[in-house]
Design a protein. Structure first.
Length: 408
């Protein structure tokens, strides 16, 4: 399918508008970065603790923040999760705490500090009963064995171990990790009225549960940050060498400048929308580098073909023709890719949100930079090189005339 069969757009005549747009986006993004004191790095890079918490209802963000501040943890970050594909996620928050101090002990202390704040802020059962929403299968099995609601006596051990595991699985799988009423477990195999009655008498139901805890040391985070930067630079360097060998060095330089442009604008958008840089974002940026470079190479390859077929045309006209000839392919490929990553951004969940956001921005910016930044750089260089060549040729002709005149 070809959308633009006879496109005739003067792309090089509009190059100044693309450059102005890029400079504007770069300025806005990097002003935001400077005002925020730099990029926001995730726990992967800066080291610290992330605690994923699910509440029985909408999370009281203000109450959580007040509790953290009262405990001297005012520098913690609180991020509410919203995932269209998972309605239960609207009750989730991620609490992040940057590591203070050195060693694994400080990481464990950070995790425990957050847990203590949650338990203190939202309270525990006044009777001191264990919380079913936080209990482990082994602890639950021990409570069942002690009370023996099924009157199993000597054969209680294995049966109650299996029952405890089924109850915990139902809690996590069917109720998102948090149960608000023990009657919600009545369909679990073995959960008789006597068992449910025992649970009600021996356990409490807290209004939150800890879904997961991620801990990363600062040394590991620093190493990951350096490796991520090196990986990006190595990718750009390898592509520069390839394009310089495959075409000419100016083509490679233009393509790499365009890719740098894409990455810098994407980072600016990350600052504007307050997304953190994590390992998944680095993966997205590397994907963006390859995607943008591929689109640029397609245009450059058509330029090289047309240079042999259109020898009487100016170089800017050849570049315009090449972009117009590949326009249909560019729109179809980039359009479908954009729709895919847009769906991933909307429905991919919080874990992939930053990754898909980088791809959404990168696909748009990477597509227009191929014909709005990389191609004009090559045209500008060709124009400069042509003028310099013409000046050198004119100077050489003048010297010849002067020598001939002197001989006469």
């Amino acid at each position: 399918m070809e959308l633009f069969r006879d496109a005739n757009v003067d792309w090089m005549g509009k190059a100044k508008y693309f450059v102005a747009l890029s400079l504007t986006l770069l300025a806005i993004g990097w002003i935001s970065i400077l005002r925020n004191g730099g990029m926001r790095y995730g726990i992967d890079f800066r080291g610290g603790t992330l605690v994923y918490v699910r509440f029985s209802g909408l999370p009281p963000i203000d109450k959580i923040r007040a509790g953290l501040q009262s405990a001297g943890l005012g520098n913690s970050t609180i991020q509410q999760i919203s995932d269209i594909s998972n309605p239960e996620s609207k009750n989730d928050v991620v609490i992040g705490l940057e590591q203070r101090g050195q060693g694994d002990e400080s990481l464990d202390a950070g995790k425990q500090a957050i847990l203590d704040v949650l338990h203190k802020t939202f309270g525990a059962d006044a009777s001191g009963k264990p919380d079913f929403n936080s209990i482990t299968p082994s602890t639950l099995a021990a409570i069942l064995v002690q009370n023996d609601p099924l009157s199993l006596r000597t054969t209680a051990g294995d049966r109650y171990n299996q029952l405890a595991q089924r109850l915990i699985d139902a809690r996590d799988r069917d109720h998102g990790g948090i149960v608000t009423n023990f009657d919600e477990l009545k369909n679990v195999d073995g959960a008789t009225p006597a068992v449910l009655s025992s649970l009600k008498s021996q356990l409490s139901l807290g209004n939150f549960t800890i879904r997961n805890v991620d801990v990363v040391g600062p040394k590991v985070g620093g190493q990951l940050r350096r490796q991520a930067i090196l990986a990006t630079l190595y990718a750009l360097g390898g592509m520069l060498v390839y394009i310089a060998f495959r075409f000419e060095w100016v083509y490679g330089a233009a393509a790499v400048i365009a890719v740098f442009h894409d990455v810098l604008i994407t980072l600016g958008f990350f600052s504007l929308f307050h997304y953190e840089i994590s390992l998944t974002v680095i993966a997205a940026l590397l994907t963006l580098v390859g995607y943008s470079m591929n689109d640029t190479i397609v245009i450059f390859d058509r330029v090289r073909e047309n240079l042999r077929l259109m020898r009487r045309e100016s170089f800017s006209e050849i570049v315009n023709r090449s972009i117009n000839q590949t326009l249909s392919r560019t729109i179809l490929t980039s359009g479908l890719t954009f729709l895919t990553v847009l769906v991933l951004y909307v429905m991919g969940g919080e874990v992939l949100r930053a990754f898909s956001f980088a791809m959404v921005v990168g696909v748009v910016v990477g597509t227009y930079s191929s014909f709005g930044i990389a191609a004009p750089i090559v045209v500008l260089w060709n124009r400069f090189n042509g003028r310099r060549g013409a000046t050198m040729r004119a100077g050489s002709a003048a010297n010849k005339r002067m020598v001939a005149a002197a001989r006469r």
